[in-house]
Write a protein that binds this ligand. Structure first.
Ligand code: SF4
Length: 393
């Protein structure tokens, strides 16, 4: 396996050769590897500003995309306005959980009431009134399925966390942020710097939707559209074996494996569990193990429609990412749910972001194939334009 930060000469598959040397220069003399120095105030090197786990997911997909979005703040042509239907359900369910109600009927009524209010203000272009009515029916069916499958249990677990100093509002989002501090790994550029120049730790933030107790565990839950992006992780319940191999291969330049979504999900799990451990200690819930679950709210593969009766049936099945992340070897050593391989790679990625390394050509073939076609920055991206010119010429 070769390290993503190592130096070697390679062809990017578009006919361009990238020196990729420690000076970060390309063959045309330009440089987009920007070694950071102490006191450097450039946008990618502000340790006081937290990184978001969603941003790190973008970096995994394509470092240049990260630079456009997070360093220069450029809006992507395909950027969502955040008012999608999953977000409506997220807000309705969170509002229901914040009421503190735990019975099936009361929780469902609170959720449906809030959903009706949000739907009234929901501005989305539909083909017809029938389609609008249908989409609302799907949302209501999903809310019912959520309450039925896990909602009342989670609401009861939430109630168990509430005490004198802790209210439902402290534990329910949307946008409840958990954070973990990571010490970035040194990059090739900073490896020879003076002792004492160690990069400052950086806070990484991950949003979850609520936190609840489940037996001997404290659990963070996040609503997502579907679980499809998890790929292999959906079907495995442990780290050891093909999950570990898949993760390591993603960072191997010689490997065809390129799975930023699954790798990002493992990074997210690392951050959420770290943040949840801190929250557990603040809440005085020592001794509880921490877990992280994803709750899909737009999985149409679990939905069936009776067009004659105008009814919709669906179900909600959550996924627990804890066991697939936890390395039992690290757990045996530390008695903490951790994974040193994932944590080490996360530190390396944070180090690369901190050093301003946004050149996507390390894995150009994969980026070009998987990320470029749907990228909202394609029209202004020199990497993409250069590869297309090379292709046409
Ligand atoms: S067009 Fe391709 S290389 Fe350019 S930012 Fe988008 S994904 Fe990255």
């Amino acid at each position: 396996m070769s390290d993503s930060g190592s130096s070697e000469t390679r062809n990017d598959g578009a006919g361009r050769t990238h020196g990729g040397g420690s000076d970060g220069t390309h063959n045309d003399g330009s440089s987009d590897e920007r070694p950071a120095g102490p006191g450097d105030e450039r946008p990618w090197n502000r340790p006081e500003e937290p990184l978001s786990i969603d941003g790190i997911g973008t970096y995994l997909r394509c470092p240049r995309q990260y630079e456009f979005a997070r360093v220069h703040g450029l809006e992507s042509a395909d950027e969502s306005d955040g008012s999608d239907r999953v977000d409506l359900l997220r807000r309705a369910i969170c509002a229901a959980l914040r009421t503190g109600k735990t019975t099936h009927g009361a929780l469902l009524e609170a959720g449906l009431t809030r959903l009706a209010e949000l739907w009234g203000d929901h501005d989305e272009r539909f083909h017809s009134r029938t389609q609008r009515r249908h989409e609302r029916t799907v949302l209501e069916a999903t809310l019912r399925a959520y309450v039925e499958a896990v909602g009342t249990d989670h609401a009861a677990g939430l109630e168990q966390c509430v005490g004198a100093d802790v209210t439902c509002a402290d534990l329910v989002g949307p946008g409840l942020t958990l954070s973990r501090t990571v010490s970035p790994s040194k990059t090739a550029e900073s490896a020879g710097s003076e002792p004492g120049d160690d990069p400052s730790p950086i806070e990484i933030e991950a949003d979850v939707d609520y936190v609840f107790r489940d037996g001997s565990s404290l659990v963070a839950a996040r609503f997502v559209p579907t679980l499809a992006s998890l790929g292999l992780l959906r079907y495995r319940s442990r780290w050891k074996g093909d999950v570990a191999g898949h993760f390591v291969d993603h960072f191997d330049r010689e490997s065809d494996v390129y799975d930023p979504e699954a790798v990002g999900a493992l990074f997210e799990t690392a951050v959420v569990l770290g943040g949840l451990r801190s929250l557990r200690d603040r809440l005085g819930l020592g001794g509880k193990t921490c877990r992280y679950v994803r709750v899909p709210l737009a999985d149409r593969s679990r939905t069936s429609v009776n067009w004659v009766r105008g009814s919709v049936e669906t179900s909600v099945k959550i996924t627990d990412l804890t066991d697939v992340y936890v390395d039992q070897h690290a757990y045996a050593m530390t008695h903490e749910h951790r994974n040193e391989t994932v944590d080490g790679r996360l530190a390396a990625i944070v180090g690369r972001i901190r050093a301003g390394k946004f050149d996507p050509t390390d894995r150009w073939e994969q980026v070009q194939r998987a990320a470029c076609p749907d990228c909202g920055y394609a029209v202004c991206c020199q990497d993409r334009i250069a590869s297309e010119v090379q292709f046409d010429g």
